[in-house]
Design a protein around this ligand. Structure first.
Ligand code: NAD
Length: 351
C-alpha cells in the first residue's frame, strides 16, 4: 500500500510514517509544508528507505495537492496536517482557520477529483482517514466519557477549527461518497514532541533547572496516549473503519496536569539528579482562557470494532519519554533555540 500522509513532519505524522515504513513495510509519501512545528529530523530513521518520499507542499494549495496526488498515486490518504497548538490559536486564530478548515476543504476536493480520475478498481479501494481531536467535544465534568455520539462543543479556536474540519469530512462522505473515516484522539505524548507542548516543555525546563509553569491549580485532566499506540490505531482505523464513521482513540490514562508534572519531576530526580527536588521548580501561572477542565475518551468502539488497544501505560510511556529527551538533545536543541520555555502570553516562536 502507498499512503500519502499530510503533516508527516509533525509529532504524530512522523510516528505514523515511521510505523508504516519500519513496522508494516508500506510506502509513504510525506506531504508537509514545513511550518515551525515540523522537523524532518523526526524522519531520520526512515529517510534512507526506498519506501519513503518527502514532498514539500501546502494543503491550502489546490494545484499542489492535485499534482502530488497525480504524481504519487496513493492508495490511501492519512490527513494530519494542521495547526495544533491551542495557546497559539488563542493569540492568532487566522492560520488555524486557514489551515485546519480551508486546508482540509481543499484536500477533500483534490482527493475527490483524484478518485474520479482513477480506474474503477483503484477508486473502489481508495481510503482516507481524517485525524482529529477529542477537544471537539468540549469539556467534561468529574464523571462521564466522550463517546462518538457526544455532541460537538469546542472551546478554543483550535478545537473549533478541528470541529469544522470534521463536519466538512462528513459532508464530503454524505454528498460525494468520499471514502473517509474520522478519528478523534486524546492528548498524545512521546518522543519527537515539539518543545512547546506541556510534557516536553516540562522535561526540558527541568533539565535546564528552569521553572516549571503549570496552568491554574494544575487540576485540569487529560487522557494521555503514547504516540506509538496512536500511530498503530490510526493505521488500523484507516484499514478497517467504516466510511462516514467516527472512532474515538484513547489510552484510559486520565491524569491531572499536576500529576503529570510531578511524575516527570520524580523521573528526573532518578535519571538526572541535581541535588534538589525538581518539583521545587513548579510554579502555578495564570490559567489559559477557555481552558477545558477534563477530557476522557471512551475507546470501546475502536477496541471492539477495530481490535485496537493501547499497549503502553502512562507510567511506562512517560519513563521512556523522559529517557528519550535526555538522550536526544541533538533533535530538540535546534527546535528550542530562541524559545523561552514559557506558556501563554509570553510565548516566543522558534527562531
Ligand atoms: P504538529 O503540530 O506536531 O504537526 C503538524 C504538521 O502539519 C507539521 O509538520 C506542519 O508543518 C504541518 N502543516 C501545518 N500546516 C500545513 C499546511 N498548510 N500544509 C501542509 N502541512 C502543514 O501536530 P501533531 O501534534 O502531530 O497533530 C497531528 C494531527 O493530529 C493534527 O491534525 C491534530 O489536530 C491531531 N491531534 C493531535 C493530538 C495531540 O495530542 N498532539 C491529539 C489528537 C489529535
Amino acid at each position: 500500500m502507498r499512503v500519502l500522509v499530510t503533516g508527516g513532519a509533525g509529532f504524530i505524522g512522523s510516528a505514523v510514517c515511521r510505523h508504516l515504513v519500519e513496522d508494516l513495510g508500506h510506502s509513504v509519501v510525506n506531504l508537509d509544508a514545513l511550518t515551525y512545528a515540523a522537523s524532518l529530523a523526526s524522519l531520520d530513521p526512515i529517510a534512507g528507505s526506498d519506501r519513503y518520499v518527502f514532498e514539500r507542499a501546502d494543503i491550502r494549495d489546490r494545484s499542489a495537492m492535485d499534482s502530488a496526488l497525480e504524481k504519487h498515486q496513493p492508495d490511501a490518504i492519512m490527513h494530519l496536517a494542521a495547526e495544533s497548538h491551542v495557546d497559539r490559536s488563542i493569540t492568532g486564530s487566522s492560520i488555524f482557520l486557514e489551515t485546519n478548515i480551508m486546508g482540509t476543504a481543499t484536500l477533500l476536493e483534490a482527493v475527490r477529483a483524484y478518485r474520479d480520475r482513477l480506474p474503477a478498481d483503484r477508486a473502489d479501494a481508495l481510503r482516507m482517514l481524517h485525524i482529529s481531536t477529542d477537544e471537539v467535544y468540549g469539556s467534561l465534568g468529574p464523571d462521564g466519557l466522550f463517546t462518538e455520539e457526544t455532541p460537538y462543543d469546542p472551546s478554543s479556536p483550535y478545537s473549533a477549527s478541528k470541529a469544522a474540519s470534521d463536519h466538512l469530512v462528513r459532508a464530503w462522505v454524505r454528498t460525494y461518497g468520499l471514502p473517509c473515516v474520522i478519528s478523534n484522539c486524546s492528548n498524545n505524548y512521546g518522543p519527537y514532541h515539539f518543545p512547546e507542548k506541556l510534557i516536553p516543555l516540562i522535561i526540558l525546563n527541568a533539565m535546564a533547572g528552569k521553572r516549571l509553569p503549570v496552568y491554574g491549580d494544575g487540576s485540569n485532566i487529560r487522557d494521555w496516549l503514547y504516540v506509538e499506540d496512536h500511530a498503530r490505531a490510526l493505521v488500523m482505523v484507516l484499514e478497517k473503519g467504516q466510511f462516514g464513521e467516527k472512532y474515538n482513540i484513547g489510552g484510559r490514562n486520565e491524569r491531572t496536569n499536576l500529576q503529570v508534572v510531578e511524575r516527570i519531576c520524580r523521573l528526573m530526580d532518578e535519571m538526572a539528579p541535581k541535588g534538589f527536588s525538581h518539583s521545587d521548580l513548579i510554579e502555578f501561572v495564570t490559567d489559559r482562557p477557555g481552558h477545558d477542565h477534563r477530557y476522557a475518551i471512551d475507546a470501546t468502539k475502536t477496541e471492539t470494532q477495530i481490535g485496537w488497544r493501547a499497549q503502553e501505560s502512562f507510567e511506562t510511556g512517560i519513563a521512556k519519554t523522559v529517557r528519550w529527551y535526555l538522550d536526544n538533545e541533538g533533535w530538540w536543541a535546534p527546535l528550542r533555540k530562541g524559545y523561552s520555555g514559557e506558556r501563554l502570553g509570553r510565548l516566543e516562536t522558534a527562531a
